[in-house]
Design a protein around this ligand. Structure first.
Ligand code: F6R
Length: 261
């Protein structure tokens, strides 16, 4: 796992956008894995800026979302399919039909989850997966206790996650759905490159477990320690509990330029 400490989200966004731009240059029909939430917003803004400047095209790209709330109406602004359209896919040239997410409104939930796994596999798998991390250590919505080998399925959100996400629902916990469909940890681990972004002191404990803790279903993101190509980009506050922070800084400063992310 590579740990990169940067001054802030702007610098992080530049590095992640560089990696995505380079991927689309060498593979224009690349499959991107998209997260919602606050963490990737600066990355998405930077990608939109580059698209508008003619520096990158998503015309042949495909995209799969990590997760979706169960039961939010099709036109609800917080439905993740609508969120991702507002934040990224509606602002660049990716065709609408090339963007897929788990169907949180389907009546047959197991069938919807199986269909989503098949769609990802049929696309050849995810080339680069963008991830955020919950304060309780979840990635996608794999809450503590999730099977480390799980595939797309329904999950119950923890109270902590619902409290954290109430800010998107006028601060009203009762409006935050209790269930979601989420790619499993096994699904995420099948992506070729994992890129996790986290900023702020409220993420420091989760980052400490992710990078330096034991692999455990109690901190689901720790499964990433088993991935051959995982990159974690954090600011100083999110890195504040890392024992080897100086080593990570030194390693990145002396990294050969040709390596990229
Ligand atoms: C959302 C997702 C979640 C978020 C996580 C962090 O699609 O997969 O795992 O990445 O809850 O959320 P933020 O970035 O809002 O702190």
């Amino acid at each position: 796992m590579e740990l990169i400490i940067q001054p802030g989200e702007r610098q992080i966004a530049t590095l992640v956008a560089d990696a995505i731009t380079a991927l689309l240059d060498r593979k224009p029909d690349a499959v991107l894995g998209l997260a919602t939430g606050s963490s990737p917003l600066a990355v998405y803004d930077e990608l939109v800026r580059r698209y508008e400047a003619g520096q990158v095209s998503f015309a042949r790209a495909r995209a799969f979302m990590l997760d979706e709330y169960v039961g939010l109406a099709a036109d609800h602004p917080q439905r993740y399919r609508n969120v991702i359209k507002t934040e990224l896919t509606g602002r660049v040239d990716i065709p609408a039909e090339a963007v897929q997410g788990p169907d949180g409104l389907g009546e047959d939930v197991p069938a919807a989850c199986a269909a989503y796994e098949q769609a990802i596999a049929a696309a050849g798998g995810v080339d680069l997966q963008i991830l955020g991390i919950g304060t309780d250590g979840h990635i996608a919505f794999n809450e503590p206790g999730s099977s480390l080998a799980s595939r797309t399925r329904i999950k119950t959100l923890t109270r902590q996650t619902r409290v954290d996400n109430a800010r998107f629902f006028d601060g009203d916990l009762d409006q935050v759905p209790t269930h979601c469909l989420t790619q499993g940890l096994g699904t995420i681990m099948s992506a070729k490159h994992l890129v996790l972004v986290a900023t702020g002191g409220h993420k420091a404990e989760a980052i400490q477990h992710l990078v330096e803790g034991s692999v455990s279903a109690m901190w689901p993101a720790t499964i990433m320690q088993h991935h051959p190509h995982a990159t974690v980009l954090v600011d100083g506050a999110a890195a504040s509990r890392l024992e080897l922070a100086d080593y990570y800084r030194e390693t990145y400063e002396t990294k050969p330029a040709w390596q990229g992310l």
